[in-house]
Design a binder for this molecule. Structure first.
Ligand code: ADP
Ligand code: MG
Length: 435
C-alpha cells in the first residue's frame, strides 16, 4: 500500500465518526485521492454531481480530517473524468469492511480501566443471547466503546457466518425510522431490525428526547430479547443520566449487564501507543511514547491520532519521530480540542460588543433588523470557527431549525461579500477569538 492510500484510509476512519453513516457509505467510501501535490489533494470522480456533492458537503470535513492525519493544511481539487471508475469496484471488500475488521479483541489493549467491559464483550461474543442481555457499555468519548462493539460484531460473525449481525448507531436508527415513517414503510423497518440474530446499537444516548424512536426501539428490543437474540448498546453516559429516557426502556437497559470504561492508566496508554504504532509498522522511540502517554490522558483517539500524525510526517515528509515533533503535534491536538463551549461564549461576547446587541437577543426570536444581522453573523462565525453541524448551531440559538440556520449563514455570507467594512469587522472578531 502506498502512503497516500494509507493516509486516505485514516482520513476515512475519522470521517466515519463525523458523517452520517448513510452519507458516508454513499459518497466517501467509493472515492480515493489520486495524488497529493503541493498541499493539494486531487480526487477524480466520474460525474459533476459527485464533484458538487463532495465540494459542497464534504470539503470542510475532509480538509479537517486530512489536517489531523497529515499535520498540515491541504486544499481539495475534485476533477471529473468520464473514464474514471469507482475504485471500490476493483475489490469486493469496501474500506468500511476493512476498517471494521481492524476492530478485533486481539488488537484491543486490556487494562484495569476497561477489563470488565472487555470481559463482558468477549463473553457475549462467545455465548450470545444467554447471560448478559442487553449488554450496555458506557464511557466517555474516545475510550474504546465502538472498538469493543465492532469486535463483538466481528467475532459473532466469524463464529457464525450465516447469522445476521446488525450494527447501527442511535442516530442512524433514528434517521431511518423517520424516513420510513415519512414513506409509510414502517413494515420494512420492522423487518429489518426484528429479523436479526444480534442487534448492536452504538451511541444509544442519541435517542434521548426522541419519543417515537424510543417507542420503536422498545418494541424492537422486546421482540428480540424474547427470542433470545443478543442486544449490545453503547452510551456516553449511564442510563440513569440519559435524559428523558422512557422509564420502560431504562428498566430494560438495567435488566442486563452495564459495564463502564474509564480513562486508561499510564501503563495502558503506553501499551496502546506501542500497539497502534506496530499496527501501522512504525517505530516510536520509548521516550516519545512516554511523552505522549504523559500528556494525553483522557482520550485514546488522541493517542492514536498522535501516533498516526508522527507516522505520516515521517513517511511523507521524512521527519523522524522526535520528542520535539511529538510535543508540537500534541499541542495542536490539545488546542484543537479546547472545549468548544468556551470558544462559543467568546464568539457571542465578541459579536455582542461589536454590534451592540445582547447575547440574549441574539438567542431570541426577535426580528429587529439589527438583532437579526448580529444573529446571522454569530451563526456564520460559529460555523466558520467550529465547523459545528447546523442543527447543533440551531440549538445554541433557542432551538432554531436546520433550514433557518442555513438561511441565516447564507445571508451573513452575502452581507460580508457585499460590505467591505463588515468583512473587516468579522475578520477582527475571528482574530480575537483565535488569540
Ligand atoms: P468511543 O466509541 O468510546 O468514542 P472508539 O472505540 O472509537 O471510542 O475508540 C477510539 C479509538 O481508540 C479507536 O481507534 C480505537 O481503536 C482506539 N482504542 C480505544 N481503546 C482501545 C484499546 N483498549 N486498545 C486499542 N485501541 C483502543
Ligand atoms: Mg464510538
Amino acid at each position: 500500500m502506498d502512503s497516500l492510500s494509507e493516509v486516505w484510509q485514516e482520513v476515512l476512519q475519522l470521517c466515519r465518526d463525523r458523517v452520517p453513516v448513510v452519507l458516508y457509505n454513499i459518497w466517501l467510501v467509493n472515492i480515493e485521492p489520486q495524488k497529493l501535490e503541493n498541499d493539494t489533494v486531487v480526487f477524480v470522480v466520474n460525474t459533476d454531481f459527485k464533484k458538487n456533492i463532495i465540494n459542497e458537503k464534504f470539503d470542510e470535513i475532509l480538509r479537517q480530517a486530512f489536517y489531523e492525519v497529515l499535520g498540515f493544511k491541504v486544499t481539495l481539487d475534485v476533477i471529473v473524468s468520464s473514464s474514471s471508475q469507482d475504485t471500490s469496484s476493483e475489490s469486493n471488500e469496501s474500506p468500511v469492511e476493512r476498517h471494521m475488521q481492524e476492530y478485533s479483541f486481539d488488537n484491543f489493549v486490556v487494562g484495569s480501566s476497561n477489563s470488565f467491559a472487555h470481559a463482558a464483550c468477549r463473553r457475549v461474543a462467545t455465548v450470545p443471547g444467554v447471560q448478559y442481555n442487553p449488554l450496555l457499555i458506557y464511557g466517555r468519548s474516545g475510550l474504546g466503546k465502538t472498538h469493543l462493539m465492532l469486535a463483538v460484531k466481528n467475532e459473532l460473525q466469524k463464529r457464525n457466518p450465516d447469522a445476521v449481525i446488525m450494527y447501527t448507531t442511535g442516530e442512524n436508527f433514528t434517521n431511518e425510522l423517520i424516513l420510513c415513517i415519512a414513506e409509510k414503510s414502517t413494515a420494512a423497518f420492522h423487518n429489518k431490525y426484528r429479523n436479526v440474530d444480534a442487534l448492536l446499537v452504538d451511541d444509544i444516548q442519541f435517542i434521548q428526547k426522541k419519543v417515537s424512536t424510543q417507542e420503536e426501539f422498545f418494541h424492537t428490543f422486546d421482540t428480540l430479547t424474547n427470542m433470545g437474540k443478543q442486544i449490545v448498546l453503547t452510551s456516553d453516559r449511564p442510563p440513569k443520566e440519559i435524559e428523558t429516557l422512557d422509564e420502560r426502556l431504562r428498566t430494560r437497559f438495567e435488566m442486563g449487564l452495564i459495564a463502564d470504561i474509564q480513562p486508561p492508566d499510564i501503563d495502558t496508554r503506553i501499551a496502546i501507543i506501542k500497539r497502534k504504532s506496530q499496527q501501522i509498522e512504525f517505530v516510536i522511540p520509548e521516550t516519545v511514547a512516554e511523552l505522549i502517554a504523559s500528556k494525553l490522558k483522557s482520550n485514546i483517539r488522541q493517542l492514536e491520532g498522535t501516533v498516526k500524525k508522527l507516522s505520516a510526517m515521517y513517511k511523507i515528509n521524512g521527519l523522524p519521530p522526535t520528542v520535539e515533533l511529538a510535543s508540537k503535534i500534541i499541542e495542536d491536538i490539545v488546542s484543537d480540542s479546547k472545549p468548544v463551549s468556551v470558544i462559543i461564549d467568546k464568539i457571542f461576547a465578541e459579536v455582542s460588543s461589536s454590534f451592540g446587541v445582547s447575547v440574549e437577543d441574539m438567542k431570541s426570536d426577535k426580528r429587529l433588523q439589527s438583532v437579526t444581522n448580529a444573529r446571522q453573523l454569530a451563526m456564520y462565525i460559529i460555523r466558520e470557527v467550529t465547523g459545528m453541524p447546523l442543527t447543533n448551531i440551531g440549538l445554541l440559538f433557542g432551538g432554531k431549525n436546520h433550514a433557518t440556520v442555513h438561511h441565516s449563514i447564507n445571508k451573513a455570507e452575502d452581507n460580508i461579500t457585499k460590505d467591505a467594512q463588515l468583512r473587516v469587522t468579522v475578520d477582527e472578531i475571528m482574530k480575537n477569538i483565535r488569540d
